[in-house]
Design a protein around this ligand. Structure first.
Ligand code: ADP
Length: 500
């Protein structure tokens, strides 16, 4: 069965008797200005400190997923370009970066952090235009956190002997880093900052649908006067990533993306000396006990799955509710998703922006259809979606069985599956019953229960009475098919050092 939540229903609830008054519920558009933003018509590859044409001469279009309008075109790097970039990174590593005083390395990284802060408005607007996420997310979360990561790891550059006491710490060498489209600049910061602090040089590949903030970061890196070749940025699709993984002179691969590609990368480097860290998919459980503050929990669920269109690998996409509070939780959830504003990501009032690409939208639709076919009950907001671009209305399913696809597979969209439990043991068993293990949320007033659940949940990150909170000092990463290795905190330095 499918139910839609109409705007009238939501209005009637909020202002009984006045539902039809158009005065009540209108938001005046509050668009972030794009006048100050300069997007070049074309971006080249960033190799050896310069912007250079791709060997193939090929470029591909990058669009705004909220309008399908072309924003720019970017170069497509092939194996020759990968080789050029790796050679530059190797030269910079041997001749400059591994040799300079760690406190000097720190100065460059601090400079990048400050430049990100200075240009934060433009970076936020471009992130939103190229990725589809609401401006309030890119402005308040992605860009400040990206700067914070550079600040944090700049601080470690000359203190590595304290991070790894009584050990000799050396860099690994040349790192190949491949990132996805859900947090383009933030993922670049997560990867670049610890690698640079530990003395490595880098070839970074952003995702094919979101290359623009990486190219603005290349400009920042140039402006920060980082020695040429220390950071190289190659745009391209899966083939470019595969060429980087296969290059014999890369010492370490760091990958964030789908579990399928992660497995492929693992196979490709098996038997080589390359180090590897993988941050892959997730199907995070959010567990609400009957003693939890229910309004706060519902707000956490909304934040965990609908803000950012569910485009977060740690999104709380499975909600486990203790049976005694199922009724109020479903009611509150239904009321709250009715008030989410879906639309122009550049509008400061928007809660749910555009889906990142047509391919992603099709994946979401396919999985949602499978949920309906498998007999779950779907509740969806009936909002007026823009006629162009890629959109999906906030949705949740009740009556979901553990084995159904919507309870097992990563949807990566604003879609929540609600399941129930009676005892903490049942919650644990169901929550852990997935191939993934990236993150989890626990909502209860009892501190002891939080600790007990946290000890038994097989997830790299567990939030208690909150969700989706990040800090550069705190490690992030998965268990099982969610990958291995940690990013953030002292743990995030580990993959970029060799210890003796
Ligand atoms: P998502 O499903 O999140 O788009 P993908 O795993 O497809 O994730 O993509 C994440 C990143 O991996 C992107 O930068 C993409 O270009 C890159 N990529 C895709 N296929 C490969 C591959 N075979 N080898 C290396 N990188 C790849």
């Amino acid at each position: 069965m499918t139910t839609t939540i109409t705007e009238l229903e939501t209005r009637e609830r909020l202002q009984p008797g006045l539902a039809s008054s158009s005065m009540l519920w209108e938001y005046a558009p509050s668009l972030e200005s794009t006048d100050h933003v300069r997007v070049a018509p074309r971006y080249e590859l960033f190799i050896g400190g310069k912007f250079v044409e791709p060997h193939s001469g090929k470029y591909f279009e990058t669009i705004n997923p909220a309008t399908e309008e072309r924003l720019s075109e970017v170069a497509e790097a092939d194996a020759e370009d990968v080789d050029r970039a790796v050679k530059e990174a190797r030269r910079a590593y041997e001749k400059v970066w591994r040799k300079i005083a760690p406190s000097e390395r720190a100065k460059y990284i601090f400079r990048i952090a400050r430049l990100i802060q200075e240009k934060s408005r433009a970076l936020a607007v471009v992130e939103t235009m190229n990725g589809g996420k609401p401006i309030k997310e890119s402005r308040d979360i992605d860009i400040p956190l990206a700067a914070a990561h550079f600040f944090y790891y700049a601080g470690w550059a000359d203190k590595l002997e304290y991070a790894f006491p009584n050990r000799n710490v050396a860099p690994v060498g040349v790192a190949g880093q491949i990132i996805p489209w859900n947090f383009p600049l933030l993922m670049a910061a997560w990867k670049l900052a610890p690698a640079l602090a530990a003395g490595n040089t880098i070839v970074l590949k952003p995702a094919e649908t979101t290359p623009l903030t990486a190219m603005l970061l290349a400009e920042i890196i140039q402006e920060a006067e980082l020695p040429p070749g220390v950071v190289n940025i190659l745009t391209g699709a899966g083939g470019t990533g595969a060429a980087l993984v296969a290059h014999p002179d890369v010492d370490k691969i760091a990958f964030t993306g789908s579990t399928d590609v992660g497995k492929r990368i693992q196979r490709a480097i098996a038997g080589t000396k390359k180090k590897l860290t993988l941050e892959l998919g997730g199907k995070a459980p959010n567990i609400i006990f009957e003693d939890a503050p229910l309004d706060q929990a519902v707000e956490g669920i909304i934040n965990g799955i609908y803000f950012n269109q569910g485009h977060v690998c740690c999104a709380g996409s499975r909600l486990f509710v203790q049976e005694s509070v199922v009724e109020p939780i479903i009611r509150k959830l239904r009321e709250r998703i009715g008030t989410l504003r879906v639309g122009n990501p550049l509008d400061k009032n928007t809660d749910v922006g555009a889906i990142n690409s047509r391919a992603q939208l099709e994946k979401i639709r396919e999985l949602v259809d499978s949920g309906v076919e498998e007999g779950a009950e779907m509740v969806q907001t009936q909002c007026t979606l823009p006629s162009r671009g890629f959109w999906f209305a906030p949705t949740f399913f009740t009556g979901v069985s553990q084995s159904s696809r919507i309870a097992q597979e990563e949807i990566f969209g604003p879609v929540l599956s609600v399941l129930t439990f009676r005892s903490p043991e049942e919650a644990l068993e169901k929550a852990n019953n997935t191939p993934y293990g990236l993150s989890a949320g626990v909502w209860t007033e009892k501190g002891s229960r939080i600790l007990k659940m946290a000890a038994k949940l097989r997830a790299g990150v567990i939030w208690a009475n909150t969700y989706n909170k990040f800090d550069p000092a705190s490690p992030f990463g998965g268990y099982k098919e969610s990958g291995f290795g940690r990013e953030g905190g002292i743990h995030g330095l580990g993959p970029y050092v060799t210890l003796s």
